[in-house]
Structure formats: structure tokens, C-alpha cells
Design a protein around this ligand. Structure first.
Ligand SMILES: [Zn+2]
Length: 376
């Protein structure tokens, strides 16, 4: 109703709308009276008077509201509506510069890049700057957006295990992401997407590294920094700082200060879904609670944060571990079930792809950012 009045208000007089609105309401009312044979005239009159009052207030309010129009502002080359700015570049401003100036943050540069379809940002060109997020879920006529989450463990100059990525392979993969327009997002940005608060760039990907090996700091960290990327480390707290292979709390603090996220991978990295041999049901539940809640407390205290990301050891989870994790305050929890994550994915059982093979073709197959499903 309000929407109809809002759009009519651009060309109708207030009294036209009030008359139309009132007569429609009266007709509806008459119809209902006929059906129910209600005889209480005074109640109807009061109701009508109330509706007339509301209609009048609504018309007066919307007739005073600003019209949806494109206005040329005093600023040179700038046209603005409620939804968009069209701006003629005065010099070679970049999308991050424009995002900082018009959208309040350089991190929103992708909104400008995507709105202009890869157009050139050079002096004299007109560019579109969207002021509102129109597609938070990444839906299109071709299908829906999915966010791949890549999972690594160890890194080394040279190694054979599938859980170890050689330096040159990791470097090549990160370079591929950079050169092909992928955006490495943070868990906070992913959570906003999953809660339908904010959209993500079309080609978004999250990088995770499990277990807390020191090589995540020594090898992966400099490469990620070189490309302007960040990652999420999942650590099991009993391993931190215990050997030459293990990352330290100081290294984690440094990575965190540089935009990396640190999540829990429990305390002892034990299976949360199966009792150990000789373990009673009560002991089993107590262990699962301690693994999930206890690790959060330790990381919260060591890093001065409210840890909200969890990776289930071995990727194993069940409804009980989900419930305990949620009660402990986690907002995102990850498995290692393969596949990407649309905005309607369950944040407590996200899918991840372990990067176990080294060839680029397999890596590319893990970077699917749209699930094709024709909605035409
Ligand atoms: Zn693990």
C-alpha cells in the first residue's frame, strides 16, 4: 500500500490518492459487512474514521518525501540518485580510490569494478558507482554464487605428502588467483554473506590452513602477503609452540595483526563424533565439550579475541558437536566435505576443498564460484 502511494505521489495530487485509497477501503469493508452481517454501525464508523486518518497522514508524509530523481550535484561531472552515482573521472582515479571517496572504504572497490563490467578507469570516462547492494545472495539468471574454501596443511621447499604443498606450487596457485581476479575474503565477510547482510565479489575464495604448522608462517605467510591475501589458520592449542614444526603464539599474533584470522581446531585434535575405546557416554560428551569450549577459551585469552571460527578435526561433525559449538559462541564451523558454499549454506557445516594434488588443472576445478542452474 505504502509503495503504491509512494510511486503515485510523483504525478498525482494528494487528494486523488486519498479518495482512491478511501473508496477502496470502504468497498472492501462493505463486502466484509455483507458477508458477516455485522450490525454494529458505530464500530464501523470508528474504523473508517481511523483509516481515513491514516490515509491522510500517509499522503501528507509521502507528498513531502523527496522524489527519486537524478540530480546533478555542484561537484564537477557528478550525477547522483538514491541508488547510483554516475561520475566522469577527473583524472585516472582507481576503483579503490573511488570506493574510499564515495562508499566509505577501499574494500568496496569490487562493487564499482563489477558495476562497470571491467571498463577502463581513465580520465574522461563515465563510471557507475552503486550506492546500494542489490544482490546480497549472488543470484543471477544463470544460477547462484558459491564460495570455495581452500584448505592447506603444511608447506615445504620440497615434499611428497599430499598434505604438504611445495613452495613453488603454492606460489603458482596464489599467483593464479591474483592474475585471474579472485578476491580472497575474510571469515567475517563470509559470515556477512551467509547471514544475508552483505554480498561478496563474484569470484570470492577463502584460504584456510589447518593444524598450526610453522611452515604456514615461514612459507605461506610471505607469499600470501606478497599478493595482498590473507588466510584463516585453524590451530589445535596443545600443538602450538611445542616443537620446531609448530607455530608459536607470537607468530600467530603477528599474523593476526596483519589481517589473518585464527580459529579453533580444538585442543587435542580428537574425533568429536566417536567415543574413544573405553570411554563412557558421559566422558565422551565431556571430552567433546572440552575440545570445543576449552580451545576457544585458550585462544580467546592468548590472542585477546572472541574466537568464532572452528574447523572440526578430520572434518568430522554431527548434530551434537554442532550444538556444542554454537552454544560455545562459534558462528562458523567447517568440515572437509568437498564443494562450495552458497549464501543459504549452514554456517556450522561449511564445505571445504583440501588442496592435495599439485597440478594446476585440479586446483582450477576447486575454484568454482557459480553453481549453474538456469532460472530463465
Ligand atoms: Zn587437522
Amino acid at each position: 500500500m505504502n509503495q503504491a502511494i509512494r510511486s503515485n505521489a510523483c504525478w498525482s495530487t494528494g487528494s486523488d490518492i486519498a479518495t482512491h485509497h478511501m473508496s477502496r477501503r470502504i468497498n472492501v469493508r462493505r463486502h466484509r459487512i455483507g458477508q458477516s452481517r455485522v450490525k454494529c454501525i458505530s464500530t464501523i464508523s470508528k474504523s473508517l474514521l481511523f483509516q481515513i486518518l491514516i490515509a491522510t497522514i500517509t499522503v501528507v508524509f509521502y507528498s513531502c518525501a523527496p522524489r527519486r530523481a537524478v540530480i546533478q550535484t555542484p561537484e564537477k561531472g557528478l550525477f547522483r540518485s538514491e541508488d547510483y552515482i554516475v561520475y566522469r573521472l577527473q583524472k585516472n582515479e582507481t576503483p579503490p580510490e573511488l570506493a574510499e571517496r564515495f562508499l566509505g572504504g577501499r574494500e568496496k572497490a569490487w562493487m564499482i569494478e563489477e558495476a562497470n563490467g571491467g571498463g577502463h578507469f581513465s580520465k574522461g570516462n563515465a563510471v557507475v558507482i552503486p550506492l546500494k547492494e542489490k544482490n546480497k545472495g549472488g543470484l543471477s539468471a544463470e544460477g547462484f554464487q558459491t564460495v570455495p574454501i581452500l584448505t592447506y596443511h603444511r608447506f615445504a621447499e620440497d615434499c611428497d605428502s599430499p598434505l604438504c604443498a611445495p613452495t613453488r606450487v603454492f606460489e603458482l596457485q596464489m599467483r593464479y588467483l591474483k592474475e585471474n581476479g579472485y578476491h580472497v575474503v575474510t571469515p567475517g565477510e563470509l559470515l556477512a554473506f551467509l547471514e544475508y547482510r552483505h554480498g561478496l565479489p563474484k569470484k570470492s575464495v577463502l584460504i584456510t590452513m589447518d593444524d598450526g604448522y610453522r611452515s604456514a608462517y615461514d612459507i605461506a605467510y610471505p607469499i600470501l602477503k606478497k599478493y595482498g591475501f590473507t588466510a584463516t589458520l585453524f590451530i589445535y592449542t596443545s600443538f602450538v609452540g611445542v616443537s620446531r614444526m609448530a607455530i608459536t603464539w607470537d607468530q600467530l599474533r603477528e599474523m593476526k595483526a596483519n589481517g589473518f584470522a585464527i580459529g579453533s581446531h580444538t585442543i587435542l585434535h580428537s574425533d568429536l563424533t566417536t567415543p574413544k575405546e573405553g570411554e563412557t557416554e558421559l566422558e565422551f560428551i565431556a571430552r567433546v565439550e572440552e575440545e570445543i569450549q576449552g580451545s576457544k577459551k585458550i585462544i580467546d585469552q592468548k590472542l585477546g579475541q572472541d574466537t568464532y571460527i572452528l574447523a572440526y578435526p578430520f572434518g568430522y561433525y554431527d548434530q551434537r558437536s554442532i550444538n556444542i559449538a554454537r552454544q560455545a559462541g562459534y558462528k562458523i564451523a567447517m568440515s572437509v566435505r568437498r564443494g562450495g558454499n552458497p549464501f543459504f549454506a549452514n554456517p556450522m557445516s561449511l564445505r571445504r576443498d583440501q588442496i592435495l594434488k599439485r597440478d594446476l588443472q585440479t586446483f582450477l576445478s576447486r575454484l568454482k564460484t557459480i553453481n549453474h542452474l538456469s532460472l530463465k
